[in-house]
Design a protein around this ligand. Structure first.
Ligand code: FES
Length: 249
């Protein structure tokens, strides 16, 4: 049943990458429980614009959990309190009337704040460019389907390929490690015959790009898996480690 609520927002405001930032307080009034979290921010921004103030800047595009653009810390949790969804899929019914909500950008040395809640995730592009591709020509759709792949491996590869590169794994990890992302991108090809030509170079080059970007190491906390909106398994990190050992022989 639809209800309305009044909320207090504590939001990180930062005018630019080199400018100092600070938390600012806003009222979100008469918000419907049917609103999405981003729609709630839209309404707050409408009030700010009407008052001649700068709206809160945040990343978004599809608002369907597909593109990976959105992402922020809500009460200390990447993508907020619900499980297996992005912040654009979160609804206000998960909050109660009178609540104070703390909203911050994803934090990592490798994710510089561009403005307010928007961070620069170019480092993910660099990791992907270092090896997240195949050069093997599979031909047309029919030819590609002629390469037999065991169902179990195809399913695992598809699960890994579900990563949307949002960066929640990094933001939640106390080491700011991007190994869940990197391992998903390595795994999706390591499980398929099409990934074989670059197999050894891929894992080494993607890990080198990961480390060069300033991401930390994995210490098996599992926080990344817990907040991943696509429920990517940390078993991919184990596969990445096996791929690295294998690449030395
Ligand atoms: S806006 Fe595309 S995943 Fe949230």
């Amino acid at each position: 049943m639809e209800t309305t609520m009044n909320l207090k927002l504590l939001v990180w405001r930062q005018p630019g990458p080199d400018a100092p930032g600070k938390m600012e307080e806003y009222d979100a009034k008469e918000i419907s429980s049917d609103c999405s979290f981003l729609e709630m921010l839209d309404l707050v921004n409408e009030d700010l614009i009407k008052a001649g103030k700068q709206p809160i800047v945040f990343d978004n595009d599809c608002r369907e959990g597909i593109c990976g653009c959105c992402g922020m810390m809500v009460d200390g949790v990447a993508h907020g309190p619900d499980h297996g969804i992005t912040i654009c899929q979160l609804h206000m019914r998960h909050f109660h009337d009178g609540a104070t909500i703390v909203i911050e950008p994803f934090r990592s040395r490798a994710f510089a704040v561009i403005k307010d809640l928007v961070v620069d995730r170019t480092a993910f592009d660099m990791i992907q460019a270092a090896g997240g591709y195949v050069s093997f020509q599979t031909g047309s759709a029919q030819d590609a389907n002629a390469i037999l792949v065991p169902k179990e491996k195809a399913d695992l590869a598809m699960d890994a390929a579900a990563c949307i590169g949002c960066g929640a794994c990094v933001a939640q990890c106390k080491n700011a490690s991007a190994l869940l992302f990197t391992s998903a991108k390595v795994s999706q090809f390591a499980l398929l015959p099409q990934g074989d030509p670059e197999r050894k170079a891929r894992v080494k080059n993607m890990l080198a790009a990961h480390d060069a970007a300033g991401f930390g190491s994995c210490s098996n906390e599992g926080e990344c898996e817990a907040v991943c909106p696509k429920e990517i398994s940390i078993s991919n990190i184990a596969r990445l480690n096996r791929e690295l050992i294998r690449s030395n022989f």
